[in-house]
Design a binder for this molecule. Structure first.
Ligand SMILES: [Zn+2]
Length: 509
């Protein structure tokens, strides 16, 4: 039974979609005027995990995410750089997809753009004016009248609302109430504009999500999500205008992810302290960044700390090594389960049988990814113990069926969080050079990795440990692979945990 924390009620609630198994989910997207930073990445990784878990649980999710492609910031940047605003937004939209694909974010089913929805927005604003929820000013702006919606601010909480409203008082003299917000803005010279019943102008920001979600998901839908900073004013205003227009609740569950902090402050563009997502992925790998984000619950605050990203990378390496060791054992040892299972076999079997339930139980608790990951790490430990027991000198015999099942479950559930194990390639010439530097020639035409491993094994047999270790270091340096000395062979761990890519994409961590 899935329970989710609803910002609107401030309670954990049992998840009951309007028309199961279908789930409509709207996540507010980016304003396409700049590159994506780590704070955005957190939000989209969190909602990607939420969607994947819903799908894993048997729901059919329809995921909609908008692009705000008309906005003050877009106009300002386009004017400053002397670019056409359409070219600017097309550029940053493509950037968004490129970076999100790398991070393993599943594509939404619809990506509506604000500029495609202007007629629908005008229709909605017209309806709100007709119903007395909005008013037109002499300059041709249209404002939503918050006094006509008694529940206004419920999402943000009354105390927060009052505080926010006070800080926003300096505003247009044409507003009836300082909290009233623009649905339509009269055109200023040099700005993109559309014709409307109130003269030429452009839509306010909030109205786009109301128009798009209603068009693609209906008047009421299941999940409305976004970053914590969207609760007020954006989601508060969306809710007011949608509910006044339709007379129905806009969304059943309002989900918000926490901030990423840098040096104690929320990471945002206006503070100028953001790390671009691309920088972070180049530095640490996309999978490590994804793991770093998922190791914290989506509603908790998260401090961007390089040592934590390194820890996440090490955790992923450990998971990959567990799968890799198991595959090595299965490739080299005969399948000969002992008549009665050993203690570590029993433990592994028990863990494999209960893993999906443990994972689901954690994720069903408001998408508790850190608890779900903890269950997977614990299981990986049991894989290591079992592999150790069957590859040692007094092996009781390998139960290949058991080990295959145990690693299969691990990989399947890692897949629900968007990770996939993949065999990494290496630069053969770099390895050849690294070996040469240590004084080892690898014959032309031979596979230098096989050659290195064969050589290390024979040097160890001759008890020439110092020379054997120089080979291990050369392999590590040139390929990044960890050398493993087993009683039956010397191998390397070539598996990497990567982010799951859309089909056809070149994958790398
Ligand atoms: Zn929105």
């Amino acid at each position: 039974m899935l329970r989710v924390y609803n910002t609107l009620t401030r309670k954990l609630e049992v998840f009951e979609p309007i028309a199961p198994p279908r789930v409509g989910m709207y996540v507010c997207g980016v304003t396409v005027y700049d590159t994506v930073h780590v704070g955005h990445a957190r939000s989209y990784v969190n909602f990607d995990a939420i969607r994947r878990h819903l799908e894993f649980s048997g729901y059919e999710v329809k995921h909609v995410q908008n692009f705000t492609d008309i906005d003050d910031k877009i106009i300002e940047r386009a004017n400053r750089e002397g670019r056409d605003w359409r070219e600017l937004t097309a550029f940053y939209t493509a950037e968004y997809f490129r970076l999100m694909d790398r991070l393993g974010i599943k594509r939404a089913h619809h990506y509506p753009r604000a500029t495609e929805y202007v007629p629908k927005m005008i229709e909605m604003v017209k309806g709100l004016v007709e119903k007395g929820h909005a008013y037109v000013t002499p300059s041709g702006d249209v404002y939503f009248d918050v006094s006509t919606f008694p529940e206004y601010g419920e999402l943000a909480g009354k105390a927060r609302l009052e505080q926010e409203t006070v800080s926003r008082v300096r505003s247009s003299g044409e507003k009836r109430n300082p909290a009233d917000f623009a649905l339509w803005k009269a055109a200023k010279p040099g700005e993109p504009k559309w014709p409307s019943p109130w003269g030429e102008g452009r839509p306010g920001w909030h109205i786009e999500c109301s128009a798009m979600s209603m068009d693609l998901l209906g008047e009421s839908f299941d999940i409305h999500g976004g970053g914590h900073d969207l609760i007020f004013p954006h989601h508060t205003n969306e809710m007011a205008q949608s509910q006044c227009y339709t007379g129905k609740p806009m969304a059943r569950y309002w989900l918000h992810n926490g901030f990423i902090n840098m040096r104690g402050e929320k990471m945002s563009k206006s503070l100028g302290n953001f790390v671009t997502l691309e920088e972070a992925m180049d530095r640490h790998g996309a999978a490590a960044l994804r793991m770093f984000i998922l190791k914290t619950h989506y509603r908790s605050q998260l401090a961007f700390d390089i040592s934590l990203v390194d820890e996440a990378a090490a955790a992923l390496e450990r998971l990959a090594e567990a799968v890799s060791d198991a595959r090595t054992a299965m490739a080299h040892l005969p399948d000969s389960p002992p008549p009665s299972p050993t203690k570590s076999a029993r433990r592994l079997a028990e863990s494999a049988d209960g893993l999906a339930d443990a994972f689901k139980e954690a994720m069903d608790d408001d998408f508790n990814t850190p608890a779900a990951l903890a269950a997977l790490f614990e299981h990986a430990q049991k894989v290591f113990s079992y592999v150790r027991s069957v590859t040692g000198p007094s092996s009781p015999g390998l139960d290949a069926g058991l080990l295959g099942r145990a690693t299969g479950e691990l990989e399947r559930l890692l897949g629900v969080l968007g990770f996939a194990a993949e065999e990494a390639g290496y630069d053969a010439e770099a390895l050849r050079r690294a070996m040469e530097k240590e004084g080892f020639q690898t014959p032309e035409g031979s596979d230098p990795l096989e050659e290195a491993l064969r050589l290390r094994r024979s040097l160890r047999e001759e008890r020439k440990f110092e020379a054997a270790d120089r080979i291990r270091e050369a392999v590590k340096e040139a390929t990044g692979f960890k050398v493993k000395d087993w009683p039956f062979a010397t191998t390397v761990s070539r598996l990497r945990m990567t982010t799951e890519r859309p089909a056809g994409e070149e994958a790398s961590a």
